[in-house]
Ligand binder design. Structure first.
Ligand SMILES: NC(=O)C1=CN([C@@H]2O[C@H](COP(=O)(O)OP(=O)(O)OC[C@H]3O[C@@H](n4cnc5c(N)ncnc54)[C@H](OP(=O)(O)O)[C@@H]3O)[C@@H](O)[C@H]2O)C=CC1
Ligand SMILES: O=C(O)C(=O)Cc1ccc(O)cc1
Length: 420
């Protein structure tokens, strides 16, 4: 059946957070017919919810696949194989199929195995969560099978999102998203676990907490308010992610050991070397503009707009410096893996990654701030228990991911998220 004047019929399989956001966006963008489904038991509920709109719920993925010109699978990464096995054979002749999964290897394997030869594959991935505006955010487009016109079709369908199209292969996608997301998420998951295990939450403290700490709190809360399977899929199923998460735990423990052993020279050498290799600033120079790009987060004033508590008048009443172990380890880990995070900003700069690299840059730009973090790591006793908890948590997440066990991941995640 040819595409009508109303444009291609869009189908979405999986009406969770992302599928729902897509359906509403397509409707707002003027698409007249959007067929959607979730698991069959949710059919009636969806019919009620979308009555009188351009979004038409159907009982299952078979019907969506039979009727749509562009079918988007928006299900859990761990479920993609069984869902495509079920509905893929029903795909309309000549249709285009896409997936929203965060890791593309399982999706590619499933599409190649279960889709009929007479349908094309142009996959996608919005590199942001469902509550973030699509405007200006990266939308990866993967042209895997079929004529170039099908890429144009996908570009047209998504035009109203005003996202920034980024063209990658399936393999490039998994490499670059591992580099930006895997270790970043491991850092925030570890922070949350550490707070939970020590029953000490930054937002409950009577101390004034500003700047870098507030960014950490905000992102950690955001990550723990999302669905566990998104992060589990990314960490366990992305072929590059595991070794990176292991390196992050290794960097964390190695730096912490140097701190407690009082090996100041070795610690300093390692941290300043990582600064030079990752950011390009020599130890004796203040961090400046990199490759003509202004710093991501400009100043403490910007960070302070997100403070917890009242800002005290006197400097002495402010939070004492801490080692920022999570950030020192992040940059050490990027260095050990040869990851140059700035190269990924335009391609796969998710909102969380942008903020994280922004605070890392903020800490490492200033020689004084970095020196004071190193010194606090060696001498400060107030924050040391938090650093111990952080090390244990980073190790725990790394082990959990290496077991490849989704249930264990879910348990760890929910134990902490239920406290927030
Ligand atoms: N959330 C995010 O920030 C982002 C997520 N992604 C990716 O997008 C995909 C969807 O994520 P998200 O929307 O957050 O997750 P959700 O869990 O909110 O949505 C997935 C939905 O698919 C449903 N589903 C599972 N099996 C079937 C089936 N056989 N037929 C129809 N529906 C089915 C699920 O039902 P049930 O809950 O009963 O299993 C659920 O409602 C994932 O692959 C994720 O990695 C990509 C970018 C950002
Ligand atoms: O910004 C981040 O890293 C997020 O956590 C949101 C997110 C989660 C999963 C994706 O596949 C893409 C973006």
């Amino acid at each position: 059946m040819a595409i009508t004047d109303d444009g291609p019929i869009i189908g979405i399989i999986g009406m969770g957070d992302m599928g729902r956001m897509y359906a509403l966006r397509f409707q707002a963008g003027g698409h007249k017919r959007i067929y959607v489904c979730d698991k069959p038991e949710r059919y009636e509920e969806l019919v009620e919810e979308f009555r009188g709109t351009s979004i038409h719920p159907l009982p299952s993925g078979h019907a969506v696949s039979r009727l749509s010109d562009l079918i988007i699978y928006s299900v859990e990464t761990s479920a993609i194989s069984s869902v495509v096995a079920a509905y893929g054979p029903s795909t309309k002749l000549g249709a285009t199929v896409a997936g929203q999964t965060s890791v593309k290897l399982p999706e590619k394997v499933a599409f190649e195995k279960y889709l009929p030869d007479d349908v094309d594959i142009v996959s996608i991935h919005s590199l942001h969560g469902p509550s973030v505006t699509t405007e200006g955010q990266p939308l990866v487009i993967i042209h895997h099978r079929g004529p170039i016109e099908k890429v144009r079709l996908v570009e047209d369908v998504f035009r109203s999102f005003k996202s920034r199209y980024v063209y990658l292969s399936y393999e490039e996608h998994d490499k670059v998203t591992a580099n930006t997301q895997a270790v970043t998420h491991a850092a925030f998951l570890s922070m949350g676990t550490a707070w939970r295990n020590s029953a000490s939450y930054p937002w409950e403290t009577t101390r004034y907490v500003s700047g870098i700490e507030v960014v950490k709190v905000n992102i950690t809360l955001r990550i723990y308010s999302a669905k566990w399977h998104v992060y589990a899929g990314l960490a366990i199923l992305n072929p590059s992610a595991q070794s990176q998460i292991q390196q992050y735990a290794r960097s964390t423990t190695e730096l912490f050991k140097l701190m407690v052993e009082g090996k100041g020279e070795e610690l300093s050498r390692r941290v300043w070397a990582a600064r030079e290799d990752v950011f390009g600033w020599k130890e004796e120079e203040e961090g400046g503009v990199r490759d003509g790009r202004a710093p991501i987060l400009l100043s403490e004033d910007v960070l302070d707009q997100f403070s917890l508590g009242q800002k005290p008048e006197k400097e002495t009443q402010r939070e004492s410096p801490n080692s920022h172990l999570s950030l020192l380890a992040m940059v050490d880990c990027w260095n050990a893996l040869g990851i140059r995070p700035f190269e990924h900003l335009d391609v796969a700069g998710t909102p969380v990654f942008m903020l994280w690299i922004g605070v890392a840059e903020y800490l490492f730009r200033s020689r004084q701030l970095l020196a004071s973090a190193i010194s606090a790591g060696l001498r400060d006793r107030v924050h040391r228990p938090e650093d111990i908890e952080f090390c244990v948590a980073a190790r725990g997440w790394s082990e959990c991911v290496s077991f490849g066990n989704f249930e264990l991941y879910q348990r760890r995640f929910e134990e902490t998220s239920s406290e927030f």
